[in-house]
Design a protein around this ligand. Structure first.
Ligand SMILES: [Cu+2]
Length: 95
């Protein structure tokens, strides 16, 4: 399983969270989406790595922007990662 953490900007309320969850959840291969409204962190679980461009497109479709992302705790080239946290260590949410 792959866990990727995306930093999404522009979300302000529960409706925003729902929109992002819905659109990102429709990306092929995605098995789970968790959103932390306070931090803008969107945790995406998938069986195999999903092209970040597809996630970014889904986020944009929902009306928001991806500011950065990390896969399994390390920074990935292509987006400027906001912050240096270590999301993706498997602690986001109980099974
Ligand atoms: Cu909202």
């Amino acid at each position: 399983m792959t866990i990727a953490a995306y930093t999404v900007t522009g979300m302000t309320c529960g409706h925003c969270v729902s929109s992002v969850k819905e659109d990102v959840g429709e990306v092929p291969g995605v098995t789970g989406v968790e959103v932390d409204l306070a931090t803008g962190l969107v945790t995406v679980r998938s069986g195999e790595p999903v092209d970040p461009a597809l996630i970014a497109a889904a986020v944009r479709e929902a009306g928001y922007e991806v500011a950065g992302y990390e896969v399994a705790g390390y920074e990935v080239a292509g987006y400027e990662t906001a912050g240096t946290g270590t999301a993706g260590t498997g602690t986001a949410g109980a099974p």
